[in-house]
Design a protein around this ligand. Structure first.
Ligand SMILES: Nc1ncnc2c1ncn2[C@@H]1O[C@H](COP(=O)(O)OP(=O)(O)OP(=O)(O)O)[C@@H](O)[C@H]1O
Length: 250
Protein backbone atom coordinates (compact mmCIF):
# COMPACT_ATOMS: atom_id res chain seq x y z
CA UNK A 1 0.00 0.00 0.00
CA UNK A 2 1.29 3.45 -0.79
CA UNK A 3 0.71 7.08 -1.59
CA UNK A 4 0.71 7.55 -5.35
CA UNK A 5 0.59 10.84 -7.26
CA UNK A 6 0.30 10.77 -11.05
CA UNK A 7 0.42 13.72 -13.40
CA UNK A 8 -0.17 15.87 -10.35
CA UNK A 9 -0.32 19.56 -11.23
CA UNK A 10 -1.23 22.82 -9.50
CA UNK A 11 -1.91 26.00 -11.46
CA UNK A 12 -2.56 29.60 -10.50
CA UNK A 13 -4.28 31.19 -13.46
CA UNK A 14 -2.05 30.41 -16.43
CA UNK A 15 1.01 29.77 -14.30
CA UNK A 16 1.95 26.18 -13.48
CA UNK A 17 3.19 26.14 -9.89
CA UNK A 18 3.83 22.41 -9.57
CA UNK A 19 4.14 19.38 -11.80
CA UNK A 20 4.88 15.88 -10.49
CA UNK A 21 4.66 13.18 -13.13
CA UNK A 22 4.86 10.27 -10.70
CA UNK A 23 5.57 10.00 -7.00
CA UNK A 24 5.17 6.87 -4.91
CA UNK A 25 5.73 6.77 -1.15
CA UNK A 26 5.03 4.14 1.53
CA UNK A 27 1.65 4.53 3.24
CA UNK A 28 3.22 5.04 6.67
CA UNK A 29 6.35 6.85 7.85
CA UNK A 30 7.68 10.35 8.22
CA UNK A 31 8.33 12.05 4.88
CA UNK A 32 10.23 15.34 4.71
CA UNK A 33 9.29 17.69 1.89
CA UNK A 34 12.33 19.85 1.19
CA UNK A 35 13.46 22.41 -1.37
CA UNK A 36 14.61 26.02 -1.61
CA UNK A 37 12.22 28.94 -1.08
CA UNK A 38 9.55 28.95 -3.77
CA UNK A 39 10.20 25.33 -4.82
CA UNK A 40 6.53 24.39 -4.32
CA UNK A 41 6.49 22.69 -0.90
CA UNK A 42 3.46 24.60 0.45
CA UNK A 43 1.72 24.27 -2.91
CA UNK A 44 2.10 20.48 -2.81
CA UNK A 45 0.98 20.21 0.80
CA UNK A 46 -2.05 22.49 0.30
CA UNK A 47 -3.12 20.54 -2.78
CA UNK A 48 -2.84 17.25 -0.86
CA UNK A 49 -4.75 18.74 2.07
CA UNK A 50 -7.56 19.75 -0.27
CA UNK A 51 -7.30 23.51 0.23
CA UNK A 52 -5.85 24.12 -3.25
CA UNK A 53 -7.16 22.69 -6.52
CA UNK A 54 -4.99 20.29 -8.48
CA UNK A 55 -4.96 18.26 -11.65
CA UNK A 56 -4.01 14.58 -11.98
CA UNK A 57 -4.61 11.92 -9.38
CA UNK A 58 -3.70 11.20 -5.78
CA UNK A 59 -4.32 7.99 -3.89
CA UNK A 60 -3.42 6.66 -0.46
CA UNK A 61 -4.13 2.97 0.00
CA UNK A 62 -5.87 3.17 -3.41
CA UNK A 63 -8.37 5.82 -2.18
CA UNK A 64 -8.03 9.22 -0.59
CA UNK A 65 -8.84 9.81 3.09
CA UNK A 66 -12.02 11.74 3.93
CA UNK A 67 -11.31 15.38 4.98
CA UNK A 68 -11.85 14.55 8.67
CA UNK A 69 -9.08 11.91 8.46
CA UNK A 70 -6.57 14.50 7.20
CA UNK A 71 -4.79 16.79 9.66
CA UNK A 72 -3.37 19.85 7.92
CA UNK A 73 -1.31 22.56 9.57
CA UNK A 74 -0.46 25.46 7.24
CA UNK A 75 2.65 27.60 7.40
CA UNK A 76 0.88 30.67 8.88
CA UNK A 77 -0.81 29.96 12.16
CA UNK A 78 -1.20 33.00 14.43
CA UNK A 79 -4.28 32.61 16.67
CA UNK A 80 -5.85 35.85 17.92
CA UNK A 81 -8.89 34.23 19.58
CA UNK A 82 -9.35 34.65 23.34
CA UNK A 83 -10.21 30.95 23.84
CA UNK A 84 -8.25 28.72 26.20
CA UNK A 85 -5.65 26.21 25.08
CA UNK A 86 -7.94 23.31 26.10
CA UNK A 87 -10.84 24.81 24.10
CA UNK A 88 -8.59 25.29 21.08
CA UNK A 89 -7.52 21.63 21.15
CA UNK A 90 -11.16 20.57 21.63
CA UNK A 91 -12.05 22.41 18.41
CA UNK A 92 -10.07 19.74 16.59
CA UNK A 93 -12.70 17.23 17.72
CA UNK A 94 -15.77 19.18 16.60
CA UNK A 95 -16.63 22.07 14.31
CA UNK A 96 -17.76 24.41 17.11
CA UNK A 97 -17.94 24.47 20.88
CA UNK A 98 -21.38 23.80 22.39
CA UNK A 99 -22.69 24.01 25.95
CA UNK A 100 -21.89 20.43 26.83
CA UNK A 101 -18.42 19.00 26.74
CA UNK A 102 -18.34 15.30 27.57
CA UNK A 103 -16.01 13.73 30.12
CA UNK A 104 -14.53 11.70 27.29
CA UNK A 105 -13.73 14.81 25.28
CA UNK A 106 -12.11 16.39 28.35
CA UNK A 107 -10.01 13.27 28.85
CA UNK A 108 -8.93 13.26 25.18
CA UNK A 109 -7.88 16.90 25.39
CA UNK A 110 -5.94 16.26 28.61
CA UNK A 111 -4.19 13.28 27.02
CA UNK A 112 -3.24 15.27 23.95
CA UNK A 113 -1.91 18.17 26.02
CA UNK A 114 0.12 15.77 28.13
CA UNK A 115 1.54 14.10 25.03
CA UNK A 116 2.90 17.44 23.82
CA UNK A 117 3.91 18.59 27.32
CA UNK A 118 1.33 21.37 27.26
CA UNK A 119 -0.78 20.43 30.32
CA UNK A 120 0.49 23.40 32.31
CA UNK A 121 -0.94 25.74 29.67
CA UNK A 122 -4.44 24.17 29.49
CA UNK A 123 -6.24 27.21 30.95
CA UNK A 124 -4.05 29.87 29.32
CA UNK A 125 -5.49 32.10 26.61
CA UNK A 126 -4.34 31.27 23.09
CA UNK A 127 -3.84 34.93 22.15
CA UNK A 128 -1.38 35.35 25.03
CA UNK A 129 0.89 32.43 24.13
CA UNK A 130 4.21 32.68 22.37
CA UNK A 131 4.43 31.69 18.71
CA UNK A 132 6.10 28.38 19.54
CA UNK A 133 3.51 27.53 22.20
CA UNK A 134 0.69 28.31 19.76
CA UNK A 135 2.30 26.10 17.14
CA UNK A 136 2.44 23.14 19.53
CA UNK A 137 -1.19 23.67 20.63
CA UNK A 138 -2.32 23.73 17.00
CA UNK A 139 -0.45 20.48 16.40
CA UNK A 140 -2.32 18.97 19.36
CA UNK A 141 -5.57 20.23 17.77
CA UNK A 142 -4.76 18.34 14.56
CA UNK A 143 -3.64 15.19 16.38
CA UNK A 144 -6.78 14.85 18.51
CA UNK A 145 -8.65 13.68 15.40
CA UNK A 146 -6.25 10.78 15.04
CA UNK A 147 -5.72 11.58 11.33
CA UNK A 148 -4.73 8.91 8.84
CA UNK A 149 -2.71 11.49 6.95
CA UNK A 150 -0.90 14.33 8.70
CA UNK A 151 0.27 17.22 6.51
CA UNK A 152 2.42 19.79 8.28
CA UNK A 153 3.93 22.87 6.65
CA UNK A 154 7.10 23.73 8.59
CA UNK A 155 5.80 22.39 11.93
CA UNK A 156 8.97 23.40 13.77
CA UNK A 157 9.38 26.91 12.32
CA UNK A 158 8.61 28.66 15.64
CA UNK A 159 10.10 26.08 18.01
CA UNK A 160 13.27 26.21 20.08
CA UNK A 161 15.78 23.37 19.75
CA UNK A 162 14.36 21.30 22.59
CA UNK A 163 10.81 21.51 21.26
CA UNK A 164 11.91 20.80 17.68
CA UNK A 165 13.33 17.46 18.84
CA UNK A 166 10.35 16.78 21.11
CA UNK A 167 7.81 17.40 18.32
CA UNK A 168 9.78 15.37 15.78
CA UNK A 169 10.12 12.50 18.26
CA UNK A 170 6.32 12.52 18.58
CA UNK A 171 5.79 12.73 14.83
CA UNK A 172 8.20 9.84 14.28
CA UNK A 173 6.23 7.76 16.76
CA UNK A 174 2.89 8.71 15.16
CA UNK A 175 4.32 7.90 11.73
CA UNK A 176 4.55 4.23 12.67
CA UNK A 177 0.80 3.97 12.03
CA UNK A 178 0.10 6.76 9.53
CA UNK A 179 1.71 8.89 6.86
CA UNK A 180 3.19 12.17 8.08
CA UNK A 181 4.31 14.67 5.43
CA UNK A 182 6.25 17.62 6.80
CA UNK A 183 7.87 20.50 4.94
CA UNK A 184 11.21 21.11 6.63
CA UNK A 185 13.90 23.71 5.98
CA UNK A 186 16.26 22.19 8.52
CA UNK A 187 17.90 19.35 6.64
CA UNK A 188 19.59 18.10 9.81
CA UNK A 189 16.12 17.41 11.20
CA UNK A 190 15.19 15.72 7.92
CA UNK A 191 18.38 13.61 8.07
CA UNK A 192 17.68 12.56 11.62
CA UNK A 193 13.95 11.88 11.50
CA UNK A 194 12.58 11.40 7.98
CA UNK A 195 12.33 7.88 6.55
CA UNK A 196 11.79 9.30 3.07
CA UNK A 197 12.41 12.71 1.55
CA UNK A 198 10.75 14.47 -1.35
CA UNK A 199 13.01 17.12 -2.85
CA UNK A 200 11.27 19.78 -4.92
CA UNK A 201 13.01 22.29 -7.14
CA UNK A 202 11.32 25.10 -9.07
CA UNK A 203 7.91 23.45 -9.07
CA UNK A 204 9.01 19.96 -10.03
CA UNK A 205 10.09 16.78 -8.34
CA UNK A 206 13.89 16.62 -8.35
CA UNK A 207 14.43 13.43 -6.32
CA UNK A 208 12.41 11.30 -3.89
CA UNK A 209 13.36 8.24 -1.88
CA UNK A 210 15.13 7.20 1.32
CA UNK A 211 16.38 10.33 3.09
CA UNK A 212 20.01 9.21 3.20
CA UNK A 213 20.03 8.91 -0.59
CA UNK A 214 18.17 12.13 -1.32
CA UNK A 215 20.39 14.21 0.96
CA UNK A 216 23.46 12.88 -0.85
CA UNK A 217 22.09 13.85 -4.25
CA UNK A 218 24.50 16.26 -5.99
CA UNK A 219 21.48 18.14 -7.32
CA UNK A 220 20.72 19.26 -3.77
CA UNK A 221 23.91 21.31 -3.57
CA UNK A 222 23.17 22.88 -6.93
CA UNK A 223 19.61 23.80 -6.01
CA UNK A 224 20.53 25.32 -2.64
CA UNK A 225 23.86 26.80 -3.83
CA UNK A 226 25.72 25.04 -1.03
CA UNK A 227 28.44 22.42 -0.53
CA UNK A 228 27.06 19.82 1.87
CA UNK A 229 28.39 16.84 3.74
CA UNK A 230 26.81 14.16 5.90
CA UNK A 231 28.54 13.49 9.22
CA UNK A 232 27.71 10.97 11.92
CA UNK A 233 26.64 12.04 15.40
CA UNK A 234 27.58 10.21 18.59
CA UNK A 235 24.58 7.84 18.21
CA UNK A 236 25.48 6.96 14.63
CA UNK A 237 22.71 9.20 13.24
CA UNK A 238 23.24 11.43 10.21
CA UNK A 239 23.95 15.12 10.54
CA UNK A 240 23.57 17.28 7.45
CA UNK A 241 26.07 20.13 7.31
CA UNK A 242 25.91 22.94 4.74
CA UNK A 243 28.81 25.17 3.71
CA UNK A 244 28.99 28.11 1.33
CA UNK A 245 29.50 26.65 -2.15
CA UNK A 246 32.81 27.41 -3.91
CA UNK A 247 31.95 25.56 -7.08
CA UNK A 248 28.71 23.69 -7.73
CA UNK A 249 28.86 19.86 -7.89
CA UNK A 250 26.50 19.55 -10.85
N1 LIG B 1 -1.72 31.83 -5.46
C1 LIG B 1 -0.58 31.94 -6.13
N2 LIG B 1 -0.52 32.62 -7.28
C2 LIG B 1 0.61 32.73 -7.99
N3 LIG B 1 1.77 32.18 -7.62
C3 LIG B 1 1.78 31.50 -6.48
C4 LIG B 1 0.63 31.33 -5.67
N4 LIG B 1 0.96 30.58 -4.58
C5 LIG B 1 2.27 30.31 -4.72
N5 LIG B 1 2.76 30.85 -5.84
C6 LIG B 1 4.13 30.71 -6.35
O1 LIG B 1 4.42 29.32 -6.42
C7 LIG B 1 5.77 29.09 -6.09
C8 LIG B 1 5.84 28.05 -4.99
O2 LIG B 1 5.34 28.62 -3.78
P1 LIG B 1 5.32 27.79 -2.43
O3 LIG B 1 4.73 28.67 -1.39
O4 LIG B 1 4.68 26.49 -2.69
O5 LIG B 1 6.87 27.58 -2.18
P2 LIG B 1 7.61 26.93 -0.92
O6 LIG B 1 8.52 25.88 -1.44
O7 LIG B 1 6.62 26.52 0.11
O8 LIG B 1 8.47 28.17 -0.42
P3 LIG B 1 8.98 28.63 1.05
O9 LIG B 1 10.12 27.73 1.41
O10 LIG B 1 9.44 30.02 0.82
O11 LIG B 1 7.82 28.53 1.99
C9 LIG B 1 6.38 30.44 -5.71
O12 LIG B 1 7.09 30.92 -6.82
C10 LIG B 1 5.17 31.30 -5.42
O13 LIG B 1 5.42 32.63 -5.75
Amino acid sequence: MSLVLENFTVDAGRRRLLRIEKLELPSTGLVAVIGPNGAGKSTLLKALAGVQRHGGSKALDQNWPAPERIGFMPQDFTVKAAMSVAECVLLGRRERLGWRITARERAEVAQMLEMLNLSHLADHRMDRLSGGQQQRVLLAQRLIRNPRLLILDEPTSALDLHHQLEVLDQLQRLAQTRLVLAALHDLTLAARYADQTVFLETGRLAVAGPTSQVLRSPCLDRAYHIASEILLDRDGGSVFVAHQARSPKC
